[in-house]
Design a protein around this ligand. Sequence first.
Ligand SMILES: C[S@@+](CC[C@H](N)C(=O)[O-])C[C@H]1O[C@@H](n2cnc3c(N)ncnc32)[C@H](O)[C@@H]1O
Ligand code: SF4
Length: 449
Amino acid sequence: MKKVNLEELYEKGIKMHHITNTAYPLRPTSFLKYKITGNNETKELIKKDLENVDSLSLYVHVPFCQSRCKFCEYAVVSGDDYNKKEEYVKALLKEIDMYKEIIGNKKILGFDLGGGTPTQLETEQIRIITEKLHENFNFDSNTEMSIETTPVVAAKDPKKIKDIYDIGYRRISMGIQTINAKLLEAFGREGNNNIYENAIKNIREAGFKKLNIDLMYGFLNQDIEDFKNTLEYTVKLNPEYITLYRNRYKGTKIAQEAEHVTLKKVNDQYKLAHKFLNKQGFIAPYGKNTFSRLKGDYGTSDYLTKRVIEGLPYIGMGLGAQSYGYKYLAYNEGASTKTLQNYFTKIEKGEFPVQDIYPLPQSEAIAKMVSVAFYFAFVDLDCFKKRFNVDFKEYFKDEIDFLLNKDLIEFKDNHMLVKEKGVENVGGVIPMFYSDSSREELMKMDKIF
Ligand SMILES: C[S@@+](CC[C@H](N)C(=O)[O-])C[C@H]1O[C@@H](n2cnc3c(N)ncnc32)[C@H](O)[C@@H]1O
Ligand code: SF4
């Protein structure tokens, strides 16, 4: 690792706090220098890379939404593409088949059906996708399948929610985001108490005992009272888990608002939420986004938990899905365009529907894993060693000394924990673990996006 001025890097990271978050790399173009092309080359890379692992997770993306919420950053389709669900499922099944031979008998330790809104599909389509995955791959018997819905769908279609439970999903997640009607209207998102309460009734009657509700903060016109009301209301709904998402503005329809949202504002919001939720029995260490009222349960899906703690490789299928192999990163077609056509075209040609694929040097694979670890606000040093065969404290010796000196982190039971001050300045802490080239990229940035 090149010698850099860590103080300058830290200050710059804090300044660019809207992008120095758990999502790595910094920009969609950051890894272009590693990119390889060609269907055979792609297949060979994935095959060779996965020879290094005997277990992994799967993520399947279903991009459909009635309309795109203005704050949303994901690969979502609505409008004309919304009516291409049948074609999409056919293409997805073909993609799943492409991975059959490559993944072979490796253990599947996590699986999320995410979106978009997977419950916008018909029940039969969800069943066919799920069965295909189980036919093709070796799911561990303990792997718990997780699915996402919106409250609107869950409220409207109790039978579908029950069928999803019967198909085998045991964790379900939906977003409320905010109960402020004005904000919802400004974001173009439907929602009210009646919808939320019916959604929960249907989810409980279907049998789900693991329900997560997503809330968002860091919006320009969301004051602290607003946020408090949303938190209080959500606790009363009694989910098992509550996940707080600080809005990431990059690539959204409200990106121009980011520069007016201060670090103090988001820190105050998180602090309030952490105190309130812990008091209400929703527990999380300071800095973690998912709060759980079940003891010993991180609250996230198996897929996400293993990704965050162990850096477990995952294969993403479907529009725009991201894959993180042992040492490669890939984004499927649609990640940039957020439209279906290129994804369909590649599948029709019998090609992997990959938009970009990058074999990664070790420093980038490490930076990717450690950035994501901040989702839980700790790094498990044993998991790190197992994943990369290097000692965390040796590899990041100077950076760790710097962070310890500033009282931003501490070590306990072979974990690096982020202290409260570290959480509040996490945008400065995360870049300490970046590769040389990402550090350079960050130092050269002058605009947020
Ligand atoms: C893929 S969405 C699926 C949930 C479902 N479609 C819904 O809206 O209820 C998962 C969560 O990501 C969060 N999210 C969406 N856009 C985001 C952004 N720009 N930054 C941070 N989190 C975001 C929201 O809280 C959302 O519930
Ligand atoms: S937040 Fe959910 S419903 Fe809204 S556009 Fe994103 S994925 Fe779709």
